[in-house]
Design a protein around this ligand. Sequence first.
Ligand code: MRU
Length: 352
Amino acid sequence: MTGNRTDPYPLTVEYVDGVVVLLDQAALPGVERYVRCEDWQRVAKAIVDLEVRGAPAIGITAAFGLALAADCSDSGSADDLLAELAGVAEALVATRPTAVNLVWAVETVLAEARASGGSAEDVRLAVTSAAQRLAAEDLATCRAIGDAGAGLLDGVDEVITHCNAGALATVGYGTALGVIRSAHRDNPALHVWADETRPVLQGARLTAFELDRDGIACTVIADGAAASVLRGSSVGAAIVGADRIAANGDVANKIGTYGLAVVARHHGVPFYVAAPLSTIDPDTPDGSVIEIEQRPAAEVAEYRGSAITPVGAVVHNPAFDVTPADLVDAIITEVGVLRAPFGPAIAEALGR
Ligand code: MRU
């Protein structure tokens, strides 16, 4: 792997020598291996199969997928190449509908490609440099989110999180786990309760993996244990990431987030959402219109290939839910901490 990072956790995604290289998150924590994508279709498959996941990470991966498509294309004119990339972009965006970072990253890269003018080679260079820049910015953005939110955890020794909004869900450092990392610098006693996050177990497999790498104390609990943990311990904050934040502050995130927010409010525990501005979708007025991805029934009905439900059991498997803005105490972004009323706070943060 390349890169000049000193982080203890592995790199989530990079584009090196015409190959998109991904840490295979479907195999973690048991096996640490990399997937090498040599065409954009393999990139799309990696996103669908959750070999790479997490809203910012899939956005950057799709951006690299476009770079790969441009580099592999034999289109000789800029117009032909741009038309081909528009088709690839559409296919990449269709892989996972809820995370707005995917659309945002692909549209950002395409806009720069269209503005590059000149030859097909100019388009190729523009696509690759835009994708590489977005990747570098993602890491810097996560560090800024971490530092912006760390103060919210002053005096907090116990925090709960859901899913994985960490280094693995981004290019590095993470959003919710970025805030935890920054707070941990000042308070090494900080302890994290990690919901296991049924059905794909991003909390048990990935959050526990990367916090262990970072030397941050972590206890994994079944999702159903969160309520009694919040009642019976001194948890001082809940903090999660987001896949899409509507203009009014409603938050789509991993299924189970809404339940955690309800329980946190019931127990007087502040509920924080950490996300880059690219996760805020000003064109989505509220959470009711966010498309929620439905995942295969087998994720619920099977465990490691073995059935855990009766044959023919009916399964409902939404990948995400929506937490209403009134259950959110703050949204932590790279430009600072946003508070209710979120509509105007978001508009100001986005410069609208
Ligand atoms: O299905 P996943 O694993 O992609 O879901 C990920 C989440 O819900 C994360 O909390 C969200 O993408 C934020 S990642 C910084």
